[in-house]
Each structure stands twice: as C-alpha cells, then as structure tokens.
Design a protein around this ligand. Structure first.
Ligand SMILES: Nc1ncnc2c1ncn2[C@@H]1O[C@H](COP(=O)(O)OP(=O)(O)OP(=O)(O)O)[C@@H](O)[C@H]1O
Length: 295
C-alpha cells in the first residue's frame, strides 16, 4: 500500500495491487479540483480504513473506485488490473462490490425519502441471481434478517441490513464500504466486521472502508489511508503509525490529525468578513421573501 506515483507500472504490478490510482484528477467544479494528482495503491488482502474530515473526498474516491465516475483514461483508476469504469464485467461478476449511500431517492424539495415500493426482504435477497445458498443463509443469520420484513415499513437499520446482505451475496475480491455500518447496532456491526475479516484472510479479498466510527477497528484494520481536501496525507500499515503505537487508540490518533488540520489549513481558507460581504452583499440569514417559505 502506498502512493503509486513513482511506480513503474505494468502487468506485474497489477498482480500485487488490488487497487491502483495513478495521477488522478477529478473536479465537480473546474475552478477548484477535488483531486489534482492523486496516487494510491492498495495490496491484496488489505483491510484499509479511509479516513478524513467531512468533505475531504472519501465518498467521491470510493465512487470513482467503484467505476461510478469516468476519470481520465483506462490506466488512471484500475481495480484488479482492469479499468473500473470501462470494464463493466468487474461489477457484473461481483468481483468489485460497492456498498454506500442508502436506498432512497431525491424528490424535489422533499429531499431524500426512503423507497416506497412494497417488497419483502425475501423478495429482495432471493432476487439476486447466482448466489450460493449456504452463503446467503449465513448472511441472513449474521445480519438477523426477518425475510417477512416489508421494505417500506422497516427501520433504517433493518433496511440497511438487507442492503448489506444483498451487496455481500457474491464473494467479492474488492469491497468498497462507505460508512454503511452507521445504522447497525453494536452486535451486528461487530459480527459483520468479523465476517469481513474472515473474507480477507481466507480468500485474500481487499476492503476499503470509509468511516468516522473507530470502535474495534484497531484490531480489524491492516492499513490506513488519510486524505485531506482530496490530498493523500498518509497511506500506511496500521502497525507502523507512530502516534498509534504510543496511544494505542485510533480514535484519539485520528482526532489529533483532524484537530491540527482544522487549526491550520482550514482556517486559512475561510473568507474574511469583507470578502463575504462583497460576494453576497448581505447575510444569508437576513430576512428575505424567499427564506419566508422555510419558516
Ligand atoms: N455531487 C456533487 N456536486 C458538487 N460537489 C460535490 C458533490 N458531491 C460532493 N461534492 C463536494 O466534494 C467534496 C468531497 O465530498 P465527499 O462527499 O466526497 O466527502 P466525504 O469525505 O465523503 O465527506 P463526509 O465525511 O461528510 O461523508 C465536498 O466539498 C463536497 O461538497
């Protein structure tokens, strides 16, 4: 695992790297690119935590790794030696799995609302073709899913369990997790993490897991990637992180990184009061006819 910018590339490299990002550039707004020259490699069998403050680019990076955004040419973002965006077989075969977001849709000013279709959990889970029945049973039991649940009536955590179950039905080679354990109760979360660890140890699968919840992850993760405003700050083995060796606590280690980040770079980026006034001309919280609709 590390920064891949200096690598010589080639087929040999793709066999020792599950994920390879080379000089990636990506921008939502062309005026301020999120990723300018981003390089990363993740080796097979790694359980890699993706850490960073809100808005640092974790979700965007995972979506790019999942092939949801086309970024540059075929060499820029590769998973298992194949271009994630161009090689649709990666996802169709189940080799590359992505679990993120929630089952919802955006409806005008109502924002995100859960899907309203009346399907049972059984209908959803057994609708996934080609799943191994033993693996399916194991996941249903692990996630404590009641197959009679109606998907439009269950809680967020219950809906999430069904989503996770479906996402894991096919044995993945690379799994991208975007904070999907946040709705799970503590027992289900720990059981799921154990299952995922087993998958990596037994089958050499690779996991990249973006999260803000660090409970129990010191012993789970093998590597850590820390990004700040789209820039790779750290990519290393957990056992080699000095701060972690001293404190033994991932939460306090990450807290200290994020606090120093807040105090230095972030504050420099804040516009001054006069810049704010000149660009808007008034406070966004001042009374206006438009704002009256939201009172
Ligand atoms: N669809 C979008 N259009 C424009 N900008 C976006 C879009 N999605 C994200 N961004 C911006 O890109 C940056 C990175 O967002 P991203 O969601 O990747 O961050 P994150 O690290 O996952 O944050 P969080 O920890 O809050 O989930 C943010 O500044 C965000 O405002």
């Amino acid at each position: 695992m590390g920064r891949s910018g200096d690598d010589e590339g080639g087929d040999a490299a793709s066999k020792t790297e599950s994920i390879r990002v080379l000089a990636m550039q990506f921008a939502y707004d062309p005026q301020s690119p999120l990723f300018a020259d981003f390089n990363l490699t993740v080796s097979p069998g790694s359980r890699c935590l993706l850490i960073g403050a809100n808005g640092s680019g974790k979700t965007t990076l995972l979506k790019i790794l999942a092939g949801k955004h086309m970024v540059g040419g075929q060499d820029v973002v590769q998973v298992l030696g194949r271009s994630v965006f161009h090689d649709t077989q990666l996802v169709c075969s189940g080799d590359l799995a992505y679990l993120g977001g929630s089952w919802s849709k955006t409806v005008g000013s109502a924002g995100e609302i859960p899907l309203q279709g009346d399907f049972s959990a059984e209908h959803m889970i057994f609708g996934v073709e080609g799943a191994d029945p033993a693996r399916r049973e194991k996941l249903i039991e692990l996630l404590d899913i009641d197959l009679q649940w109606r998907m439009h009536k269950v809680s967020d955590g219950q809906r999430r369990r069904v989503q996770i179950c479906m996402g894991l039905l096919h044995p993945f080679k690379v799994l991208l997790l975007d904070e999907v354990t946040v709705d799970l109760d503590v027992v289900t979360r720990l059981d799921l993490l154990d299952f995922l660890k087993e998958e990596c140890e037994q089958r050499g699968s690779t996991i990249v897991y973006a999260t803000h919840i660090f409970d129990g992850l010191e012993a789970w993760a093998t590597h850590l990637v820390y990004i700040q405003d789209g820039e790779l700050k750290r990519a290393e083995e957990l056992t080699l992180i000095d701060e972690l060796k001293r404190s033994g606590n991932l939460h306090s280690t990450v807290e200290s990184w994020l606090r120093s980040e807040t105090k230095s770079e972030k504050k420099k980026k804040q516009p001054t009061q006069s810049q704010r006034t000149s660009s808007y001309g008034f406070s966004p919280f001042a009374s206006s006819r438009h704002m009256a609709y939201y009172r």
